[in-house]
Design a protein around this ligand. Structure first.
Ligand code: NDP
Ligand code: PMR
Length: 376
C-alpha cells in the first residue's frame, strides 16, 4: 500500500496516543521527541496541555490555512499579512502541479513541492510558469519511510510554519501482473490562521455507490487480512483484502483507505485541534501521468470517453483550481467531508460508499497502519 502511503498509510502515521494526560503527536512515520518547541498556531495540532514541555509537537507538518494569512500576534499589536505554506506531495505533475500553480498564482501561498524527482519537479514548475519565490522543492519518496523521515527533518529545517498538507501523490499500476514493493516491503499502491487543513485526495472509483465505482474490479477491503499480514507478498497477500494481486483494484482499494483515513483524522483530531480534514474527487483528469502505465490506446481513448460519454472529464487546470479551493476557500472549512463538483463546477458535499464510510473499518485500518509503520 505504500504509495497511498502518501495518502492512506502515511497520513495514518500521524498518531496521537493518550498517555495519561500527555499526548504524543507524530507525523509521516516520525514520532516527535518530547519537549520540542510548540508551534500550535501553525500546526493546528494543539493539545489541551499545550504549554507543558512534555507535549510533543510537529513543526514541519500537518494542518493548514485559508487565504490571506493574517496574524494578530506582532509585538506592536498590528496585524501583519504573511503567506500560508502548503505541502503538496506529488507536485511534479498532474493534479499536484496544477494545484501548486493555482496556489502560487494567488500570491498568498508558498508551496513546498514534495517530490521524488527533484529535476522533474523543477522543470515542471518552470514550465508551468510558477514564480521561483513561490515554491520550494523538497525531496520525498513516499515509497521509503526513511525518505519520509528525512523529508520531515528537511522541512523542519526550513523553519516555516506549515499550514496545509495535501496528500496527493499516487501510482496506478493497472497492467502490472506482479505487485511491486516499497523500500519497507509494502505493496506500492496502498496518502493564528483562519483555518488549518489536511487534505487527502480520494476518488469516485473507490466509491461503489457510483457507476464509476462499479466498473470491475471493484474496491473492497474485506476484513483487511492482507494489510494485517503486512501487505508484503511474503507468506501473505499484497492486497488489503488478502486476495490475488490486481493492480487496478489495489489503486481503488487505496482510494478507499484515503477516504477512511481522512475520517479517522477528523474523529480523532478535529474537535481538539480545529484542523479541517477533508477528501475530494476532483473529476476525471484523464490526461495526467496517472495513466502512464496503461496501454497507449487506453490513454488515447480515455479523454474523449470521459469528455463525451461519461461527462466526468476535467482539465488539469480546472482540477487544480478545485483542489486549491479545498486548500484555501474560506467557505470550505467543514471537516470530515468528501467534496465533489457538479457540471457547473460548484462544490458540494458528496456521499461516500458504505465501505468508505465504515467507522469500524476505518479504525482498524488506522491501527494496522500505525503498527506497520512502527508507530504503535
Ligand atoms: P500523476 O501521475 O500526474 O501525479 C502523481 C504524482 O505522484 C506525481 O507527481 C508522481 O511523481 C507522484 N509520486 C508517485 N510516486 C511517488 C513516490 N513514491 N514518492 C513521491 N511522489 C510520488 O497523477 P494525477 O495528478 O492524476 O494524480 C494525483 C492524485 O489525484 C492521486 O491521488 C490520484 O489518485 C488522484 N486522482 C486522479 C484522478 C485522475 O483522473 N487523474 C481522478 C481522481 C483522483 P513523479 O512525477 O516523480 O512520477
Ligand atoms: Mg471510469 C459514469 C461515469 C464515470 C466516471 C465519472 C468515471 C471516472 N468513469 C465512469 C464510467 C466508466 N468508466 C464506465 C461506464 C466504464 C466502462 C466502459 C469505465 C471504464 C474505466 C476504466 C477501464 N474507467 C476508468 C478506467 C480506468 O482504468 C480508470 C481507473 O479506474 O483507474 C483506477 C478509470 C476512471 N474512471 C473515472 C476515473 C476518475 C478514472 C480514473 C482513476 C481514478 O479514480 O483516479
Amino acid at each position: 500500500m505504500a504509495l497511498q502511503a502518501a495518502t492512506s498509510f502515511l497520513p495514518s502515521a500521524l498518531s496521537a496516543r493518550k498517555e495519561g494526560s500527555v499526548k504524543d503527536s507524530a507525523f509521516l512515520g516520525v514520532r516527535l521527541a518530547d519537549g520540542l518547541k510548540l508551534e500550535t498556531s501553525a500546526l493546528g495540532l494543539r493539545t489541551k496541555r499545550a504549554s507543558t514541555s512534555s507535549v510533543a509537537i510537529v513543526r514541519a507538518q500537518a494542518a493548514a490555512v485559508s487565504s490571506p494569512a493574517v496574524t494578530p500576534e506582532s509585538p506592536s499589536g498590528k496585524k501583519t499579512l504573511r503567506k500560508g505554506t502548503a505541502i503538496i506531495t506529488g507536485a511534479s505533475s498532474g493534479l499536484g502541479l496544477a494545484t501548486a500553480k493555482a496556489l502560487s498564482e494567488t500570491g498568498k501561498w508558498h508551496v513546498i513541492m514534495a517530490c521524488r524527482d527533484f529535476l522533474k519537479a523543477s522543470r515542471a514548475a518552470k514550465a508551468a510558469g510558477m514564480d521561483k519565490d513561490s515554491f520550494t522543492i523538497v525531496h520525498l519518496d513516499l515509497a521509503s519511510l526513511d525518505s519520509v523521515r528525512q523529508f520531515v527533518k528537511n522541512v523542519r529545517q526550513l523553519e516555516a510554519p506549515i499550514h496545509v498538507v495535501v496528500c496527493n501523490a499516487a501510482v496506478y499500476q493497472p497492467t502490472a501482473k506482479e505487485p511491486s514493493y516499497t523500500a519497507d516491503g509494502f505493496e506500492m499502491s496502498a496518502s493564528d490562521y483562519p483555518s488549518k487543513r489536511l487534505i487527502i485526495v480520494g476518488s469516485i472509483t473507490g466509491n461503489t455507490n457510483t457507476l464509476a465505482g462499479n466498473v470491475p474490479p471493484k474496491a473492497n477491503l474485506g476484513d483487511l487480512r492482507g494489510l494485517a499480514g503486512g501487505l508484503n507478498g511474503v507468506g501473505g497477500s499484497a492486497m488489503i483484502d488478502g486476495g490475488e494481486f490486481d493492480g487496478a483494484k489495489a489503486y481503488k482499494d487505496s482510494k478507499v483507505c484515503n477516504m477512511l483515513t481522512m475520517q479517522v483524522f477528523h474523529r480523532r483530531y478535529h474537535e481538539e485541534t480545529g484542523v479541517t480534514f477533508a477528501s475530494l474527487y476532483p473529476g476525471c483528469i484523464a490526461t495526467t501521468g496517472l495513466f502512464r502505465e496503461h496501454i497507449p490506446l487506453f490513454r488515447l481513448l480515455l479523454p474523449p470517453f470521459q469528455k463525451y460519454i461519461t461527462k466526468g472529464y476535467v482539465s488539469e487546470e480546472e482540477a487544480g483550481k478545485r483542489l486549491a479551493q479545498v486548500v484555501s476557500d474560506p467557505s470550505l472549512t467543514k471537516s470530515g467531508v468528501y467534496w465533489s463538483w457538479n457540471n457547473n463546477s460548484a462544490s458540494f458535499e458528496n456521499q461516500l460508499s458504505e465501505e468508505a464510510s465504515d467507522a469500524d473499518k476505518a479504525k482498524k485500518l488506522w491501527e494496522l497502519s500505525e503498527k506497520l509503520v512502527g508507530l504503535a
